[in-house]
Design a protein around this ligand. Structure first.
Ligand SMILES: Cc1cc2nc3c(=O)[nH]c(=O)nc-3n(C[C@H](O)[C@H](O)[C@H](O)COP(=O)(O)O)c2cc1C
Ligand code: SF4
Length: 594
């Protein structure tokens, strides 16, 4: 098929909508290993967009490229828990075997090896993506096999199935994961009781968003319902980019029906007729099974027009793929992305619930929130409130990884102590737990009595364990680099602040920093917190500020107790000039006589 035919084929179903640009680019990327200039020209014509707009979108997303990446695009997860499992040496080994430098396509165009932010496989890492497909449990043996498969030009769909096995790893079930209600039960309850009664139940349940911010779900739905509009939307946020979080992956693999049912209940309550699941690009392998479930639901009358025979109850769901941008988990960036743009967070207010997708009222909820809402519609508010604490009703799914014997998914009633969780996952000699991902909290042993709850330690679901053998500064460094990579660059405090913070952390790590640098880290961190445009920038300094306060010893042991040393090594920067001039005498170095 020619590129012209291919582009006509992929753009036709959505009627050449510019809002679908990201989806078209995603399809093109995986067919041609990049988005070629010819494709950009064709899309620009078909969608009435400028080529520069399309280049801008490609440049924003890590998984899109306008120059070839190699037939095999290998991206090894750079998450801290994968580092702890040896991913760095596996990356080096693979590069050596294939004769490549990270990030640079091999001369014959066969392969590129690079790193990527957390792939959501921390319970079965080290992990990587090859042409977008997740490969888990890397070890030396698997790396050898992968190098051979690439050298022998074996198509990725011919690689052994076990390489792509992703397990659910559910270690503890509570009211959500053990529920066995039938498909459609929540919708039948909605039809029997009426949308007002169901909304009252969601409100009375005290359900709060499971994606991190903890906003009251019933209130969000009511705002959407009450806003005058010709169209409303329901969006499920399955971007799950927070390092160390993988519970939405498991819900979508094992309980997608309940998630879709929760979205449909939300549509029935708010009057929305269109829905979208925004699925992170790293979960490409889930797309086909999810499409199949959507189709089965249409055939069963649980989705589409006249749901369960109810006139006027029309709602359908599309899947949109993300393309490697953590910021697109932030709800307004996600909506920008859904509209085919760069995922730059919007100014808020107005909030998406009144001015969201296409400027219409839009409910954006996390995967787990929709599943909980579906089950509240079935069993009622009291059933939910019976579990958890006064301010945090129900349960929370926690993704546990790092130094423990039983990583995986644990569903706990809110109020569970960190201590009890560490016992359950068999963690020994724990030095610290990082909760709520890179932007979260570093908890020392003295605080292990604290509880997971909105009123105490609040989390979207990440729980990473670090034992006494770890240098916590490695973790801080990893997160500092993560934020530089993931900052969208829109506002100066975050764009520049995260970069300065990374340089300072690197300086401490390499043993060149003094107390002056620690003070600088405090200043920059506070500035980012108070002046950044969105939640990414305001929370990015958390790991540094938290560890400076609670783990000062991890900095002290790296500090240089002499006079101030500049962060920029001017002498090293002169190396190119020395090479060109062929000089390496004392006079060609700074701080020496000429
Ligand atoms: C940088 C950033 C990344 C986020 N990533 C996610 C995410 O991956 N998944 C998610 O559900 N919410 C994420 N959120 C929170 C969303 O903005 C939003 O609050 C959430 O989707 C609302 O759903 P909930 O009320 O059900 O939690 C993120 C927020 C920020 C600031
Ligand atoms: S805080 Fe960071 S991610 Fe948010 S808008 Fe500013 S630059 Fe972008």
């Amino acid at each position: 098929m020619s590129i012209e035919e291919f582009i006509s084929r992929i753009t036709a179903p959505a009627n050449n909508q510019p809002g679908h640009l990201l989806q078209y680019l995603y399809e093109i990327q995986y067919r041609y290993s990049c988005v070629p200039q010819r494709a950009i020209q064709l899309l620009a014509e078909k969608l009435s967009l400028t080529e520069s707009h399309i280049h801008g979108v490609i440049g924003f997303y890590s998984f899109l490229h306008d120059s070839p990446r190699g037939d095999y695009d290998v991206l090894i997860s750079d998450s801290i828990t994968d580092h702890m499992l040896g991913s760095r040496s596996l990356l080096d080994a693979l590069c050596k075997k294939l004769g490549v430098v990270p990030g640079v396509p091999r001369e014959d165009g066969r392969v590129t090896v690079d790193t990527t932010s957390c792939t959501g496989m921390c319970d079965q890492g080290p992990a990587m993506l090859v042409n977008g497909w997740a490969v888990t449990r890397l070890d030396e043996n698997r790396i050898d096999n992968i190098a051979e498969l690439i050298e022998s030009a074996t198509a990725v769909d011919q690689w052994p199935d076990e390489f792509f096995r992703v397990e659910d790893n559910i270690q503890r079930r509570d009211i959500l994961l053990s529920d066995d209600s039938n498909d459609g039960a929540a919708l039948r309850s909605l039809i029997d009781k009426g949308d007002d009664a169901i909304l009252e139940q969601i409100e009375a349940s005290g359900l709060r968003g499971r994606g991190g911010a903890g906003f009251n779900t019933g209130m969000k739905w009511r705002f959407c319902k009450q806003t005058e509009a010709d169209q409303r939307y329901v969006v499920c946020n399955a971007d799950e980019g927070e390092p160390g979080t993988f519970k939405d992956r498991v819900l979508l693999n094992a309980h997608a029906d309940k998630v879709f049912e929760g979205m449909t209940v939300c549509a029935g309550v708010t009057g929305a007729t269109k829905g979208c699941l925004y699925l992170r690009g790293e979960y490409r392998y889930l797309r086909a099974p999810l499409e199949q479930i959507l189709q089965q639901r249409r055939e069963a009358g649980l989705l589409g027009n006249t749901i369960l025979g109810q006139d006027g109850f029309d709602f359908d769901i599309e899947i949109h793929m993300g393309a490697g941008a953590y910021i697109c988990g932030e709800e307004s960036s996600l909506i920008e992305s859904l509209e085919g743009k760069r995922g730059i967070p919007r100014k808020r207010p107005p909030f998406p619930v009144t001015h969201g997708y296409q400027n219409r009222p839009t409910v954006v909820n996390n995967v787990e929130t929709f599943m909980a809402a579906a089950l509240i519609a079935v069993h009622g508010a009291d059933w939910f409130r019976l579990v958890g604490t006064g301010q945090s009703s129900g349960t929370k799914l926690i993704s546990i990884s790092g130094d423990c014997e039983k990583p995986g998914i644990y569903e706990y009633p809110f109020g569970v102590s960190i201590q009890d969780m560490l016992k359950d996952c068999v963690a020994k000699d724990t030095q610290a737990v990082q909760i709520a991902g890179a932007a979260g909290f570093t908890i020392p042993p003295a605080e292990f009595e604290r509880c997971i709850a909105f009123e105490d330690v609040s989390t979207g679901g990440s729980f990473m364990v670090f034992n006494q053998d770890r240098d916590l500064l490695d973790m801080v460094k990893n997160f500092a680099h993560f934020f530089v990579h993931e900052s969208c660059g829109f506002c100066t405090p975050c764009r520049v602040g995260s970069s300065l913070m990374k340089d300072l952390v690197d300086k401490v790590h390499s043993g060149h920093a003094g107390h002056y640098d620690l003070d600088e880290m405090q200043n920059i961190g506070q500035l980012m917190r108070s002046t950044s445009h969105c939640g990414l920038g305001t929370t990015a300094p958390n790991p540094v500020l938290d560890t400076l306060e609670k783990f000062p010893q991890i900095y002290e042991k790296h500090l240089k107790h002499s006079s101030y040393e500049p962060a920029f090594d001017l002498d090293a920067a002169l190396q190119d000039a020395r090479d060109i001039s062929g000089r390496d005498d004392a006079g060609a170095h700074l701080g020496t006589e000429s």
